[in-house]
Every structure is written in C-alpha cells, then in structure tokens.
Design a protein around this ligand. Sequence first.
Ligand SMILES: Cc1cc2nc3c(=O)[nH]c(=O)nc-3n(C[C@H](O)[C@H](O)[C@H](O)COP(=O)(O)OP(=O)(O)OC[C@H]3O[C@@H](n4cnc5c(N)ncnc54)[C@H](O)[C@@H]3O)c2cc1C
Length: 521
Amino acid sequence: MTTTNLSHSRSVPTRRRFLGHLGALGGSSLVMTALSSWDLMAGPAGTRPVLSGRPRNAKVLILGAGISGLALGYELSRLGYDFHVLEARDRVGGLVWTVHGGTTHTEIGGEHQQCTWDEGLWLNAGAWRIPYTHTGVLNYCKELGVPLEIFVNEADASYFYREGADAGSLANTRVRLGEVKADIVGQVNELLVKAIDQHSLDLPLTAEDQERLVGFLVAQGYLDRKDRRYRAFADRGPGDPYQLSALLKAGFGDRLRSISPRDGITTAPMFHPVGGMEQIPKAFARAIGPSRITFNAEVHSVRQDDHAATVAYRDTKTGRTRTLTADYVVVCLPLSIVAGLDCQLSAEMMAAVRATTYSNSAKAGLGMKRRFWEEDDQIFGGHLYSNLPIGEFSYPSTGYFSRKGVLLGFYLHSGPAVTLMDRPIGERVEHVLTHSSKVHPQMRREFESAYCVWWRKVEYSRGGFANAAPLARRAQLSKFENRLLIGSAATAPHSEPDWQEGAIAAAWQALTSLHEHAMRS
Ligand SMILES: Cc1cc2nc3c(=O)[nH]c(=O)nc-3n(C[C@H](O)[C@H](O)[C@H](O)COP(=O)(O)OP(=O)(O)OC[C@H]3O[C@@H](n4cnc5c(N)ncnc54)[C@H](O)[C@@H]3O)c2cc1C
C-alpha cells in the first residue's frame, strides 16, 4: 500500500474520504480495486487507518515490543516518523511467545525452567491461533511474508470425556467427536422426520417443501432411505449408536457448532504461522529494523511537561539507568505493569489502568517421545473435550507423522486447578499426567519433558490477556494526555483485547490519535 497525500491541508484524510475520492475519480470499480489490493476489508479490528502527511518535529518513543507496540512502530516507519521502541525483555512479542528447546525463564517467586525439547518442537505459550475473520493480523502476515498454515481446531477422531455423576451413563467413557456428531444429528433428524410423517408439526411449508425438508433430514442425518431410521454405519466407527438422551446428559452436544457467538474460538478455519506464533513479532521487528528497538530496557518512569516527555529505564544487562526524551510516548505495556510505574498520567487515567484486569492463564507443553495420538488414535490436531481439571488439552497442528511431538497438556484461566499456580512445577506436571492418562493411558510411558508458563508469574507480563473492559473505561484509556497515550490491547476499541487482533486495533487507534495530534502541533 502506498501512502497518498490527497489533502493539501494538514488535516488527516479519513479512510472513507480517501475511498470517496477514488470513487469520484474512477467509479466504484476503482474503490473495489483499492480495497482488494490492500486486503483491508473491515475485520474485528476495524479498518486499517489510511494516513498521510509527515509532522515536522515528532519524535516518538514506544514502550513495549508486543504486537501493539510493533504494529504501531511499523505504521510509524511507513509514515516516516522518528521513533524508537524500548523493550524490557531480550525478545520481541510479549504474550506472543513460542517456547523451544533452550528457552528459559524464572517464575516470579522463584522456580527456573529450561526447555529440553528436540529441535523443531515448540509450543505457543501465549497466542496460538488466528480465526480467519481476524483480517488485521492476517493481512500483516501477508504483507510481512509470514507463512501461515491451518490450525486444526476440530478433528473428528478426538474424544469427549466427562467424569462425575452429572455425566450420567457415559461418565468416564471416551467417545469420539465423529460418533457424537453422527449419533446426535442422526437421532434428532429421525425424530423430526417421524414428527413430520405424523403431521405433528405445524410447519409453514407446502407439501412439496416438506418433502424436500424430509429429503434433507434423511441425507444429513445418515437415515436409512427406506425406513428413515438412524443406525450406526461403517464410517462412524464400530459399535451401536449412543443413546441421544445419554449424549445430551453428558453434555457432548455443546461443542457441535463451528460459528462462535462471540470470540471465534470455535471458528474454522483458523491459522497459525509455520514455525510458531513468534514469526509475527519477528517479522514486524525485521521490517522496523534492529536499530529501532532497544532490548533489556526496563522502563520505570514516564514524566512529561509542556515541551517533552522523558522516559527513564534500567539497562538490565548493566544495571545502569538511562533517560530518553521525545515529543510523544505511546505506552504499549500491559496495564498491570503500568499500574506499578511512576507514570505521569491523570488520576482518572491511573484509576482506569488499575481497574483493568488480566486473565490468570497458564499453559503446559508436554514433550512426547512418540506421537501416540496419531499412531494409536488417528487424532491429527484438534482438542480433547473434557471436564478434567486441565482446561484445554490439544494436539499439535504441525509435524504430522514425525516421531516426537508437543501436546498442550493444560490451558486454563479459571476453575479449581488455578490453585496449582502456587505449587511446584513438578506437581503441576504430575497433575496433568494423572488426569490426561484417564483418556490417553500412554501419557506416562511416552512423556519426555514439560515446560510450564503461568503468565501471572512471568516477569514483564504479570498476567495473561486483558479482560474486556466496559466502554467507558476503554474510552478513558484511549484519551491523549498531553504527550502520553496508551496503546496496548486493553484499549482495543472494536474487538476483544484477548486476541492479537485487539492489540492491532489498539495500535491503529493510537496511531490515528497520535498522527492527528502531531499534525496539529
Ligand atoms: C494464554 C494466552 C492465549 C492467547 N491466545 C491467543 C490466540 O490464540 N490468538 C490471538 O490472536 N491472541 C491470543 N492471545 C492474546 C494476545 O497474545 C494478546 O492480545 C496480544 O499479544 C497483546 O499484545 P500487547 O502488545 O498489547 O501486549 P504484550 O504482548 O503484553 O506486550 C507488552 C510488551 O511490553 C513489554 N514490557 C513490559 N514491562 C515493560 C517495562 N517495564 N519496560 C519495557 N517493556 C516492558 C513486555 O515485555 C512486552 O513485550 C492470547 C494470550 C494469552 C496470554
């Protein structure tokens, strides 16, 4: 995309005005060409700002090289700004963190881990999947040359497993997703066809339409064409169908839909970058250029007056404190960190910062000597749907048919298992092995080594993703305060902040606001 200065004034052309201008010149086909060539049809992050003009004296400091800080830096570089990014860690990405052999971290409170998986094995400890609707992040992948592959969010061979009296007769039984789908749809359709045949439904359909409906139900529900009964069939797997009442009692029907009413976790297809989610922040960093980012720069104070903003940071390698000044500072840090900084923001802003909460997310990657879920169970990607106290348990969507693999053994944010946060890592791993062995008895035999990430215990995050805030708080967080602006995912205006798409929405909002301000000054 090239930046076109359509306006001779210093005002910033909005995207709508820009497209209107193209339309006036070349009609709607020119507008559509512009849209498809940018691939910028609005997604949950809204539309990417189309800005032009270059302010004369606008030096910008971006605090934090997570997705929000990097997307902002990338857009500022395209507008020709003088900017610099300060990042406390020795890597980019923040919550976008791919764990490999050699990765280390020390939890707040003590325990140190070193990942020992073989080369080529990895786990995305934070962001791990991108719904196809997240056009903001997907378009950056395209623009920055980040290869994507399908993230398998559903595999028919994977299991449902529920324990406890509430699960009824199917408690403690592994039932394949494919069997659940066939048996529920088959039996529901059989009931519907019976009711139509018996004229017990008051249908607003002609006789011909009813016949078509019955034809659809028979085909979709795998019903016998003659007697219209549902029976198990070869491709469903061996054994008799499970009773509809038992499947419903066990709650197995609740994952049988792909269009999510809210945040897209059940959407298909989903994507992930080849080689791990870290490829996205790394690509942003390459595009921005290494000289624009200072690593190991732990910011501890942000002050401002009418002339400049001053940031003080500690170089964590040398222990020395340094200061930098700029015309503007955009704070792309987790607000859980901002709350503890010496930050010259108004009392209202700091109250909104402190009121923002972050998820208590944790993941455990289990390195396995053998891909038994593929070899023994024919499960290729997807998840285990269980009520075991391990949250989400998932199979890798990569490296199929190779020897070893990494299972996501534990991914949760709430529930009784969060008490594990205060337990030694060995105990957390033992917990995962004990529970997951109920479904996969091979777990202990094939287990090699684990890596656990509890985001509240990770320095420079101190929490998982930002929880959605009420509109009024988001409006407060997005206010420009003299020379300071917040730009991390918690301020996302359109989409939920618990996705990278939210971080991009927040970066775009900060970008527009900053550019308007800088062009006026
Ligand atoms: C467990 C989990 C699962 C997720 N799953 C998905 C998913 O599947 N798909 C998806 O799209 N999104 C997912 N997300 C959400 C996504 O990761 C976040 O919304 C997004 O990465 C937030 O980006 P950010 O730039 O706002 O913040 P961050 O990533 O938190 O970046 C902030 C940066 O500031 C730096 N920093 C902190 N303190 C200082 C300091 N004092 N000085 C200097 N720098 C500092 C940090 O090191 C970090 O680099 C998930 C998040 C989690 C935790």
